[in-house]
Write a protein that binds this ligand. Sequence first.
Ligand code: C5P
Length: 221
Amino acid sequence: NQRIAVAVDGPAGAGKSSISKVVAKKLGYLYIDTGAMYRAVTWAVLQNGLDPTDESAVTALLGTLTLRLEPTEEAFIVFVNGQDITEDIRSQSVNQAVSQIASIKAVREFLVAQQQAMAAAGGVILDGRDIGSVVLPNAELKIYLTASVEARAKRRWLETKDKESISLETIKKSVMARDEMDMNRKESPLVCVPEAIVVNSDNLSFDETVDRMIQLIAAAE
Ligand code: C5P
């Protein structure tokens, strides 16, 4: 079996990261959460007090950022300029600004180059919005992981309700707003490429979704 590159794309909260992480661990693949990279840049923008819509200020900041994803047993630690921001990138303020930051061309170029370098050796699963279309157009397997907006919002809510008190309705709105921006932006919008295999997890448990992905990878290896 050849170790392949797997692209996993889909809307917010579809379970791409949590599923991909487990699948990668079971197969001994490297997992790269590209959303975490857009979140890390967004965190730095907010931390520096910049306006997320100020494209030239955001672009200038990129030159000062060193991003590192350090794999651990569980997932990975996200560092920006040596600072561990793993927890901070999941905050509601980052959620709200990330799609704006991700629409900036220079941000995408900065991150896509790093993603392609990390994926070059194969045996990788990358998850995001533009993996099959832009980052790894030659990936041996492309999966579009989706679910209804209700199911996705509910999952996000269950994950966050112990840490932040946000209503299900607020989370649903935030998920929908992100999808809207991610699907309609000019630079690398979220698309389901024709060759992608669609997995809808509405009627699949977590473990069933993991198994389905493992089957798809085994068939493509
Ligand atoms: O996957 P996650 O929800 O953490 O991604 C956060 C945001 O980062 C997305 O809503 C999207 O705006 C952006 N993103 C992107 N391209 C990727 C991954 C994430 O534009 N490959």
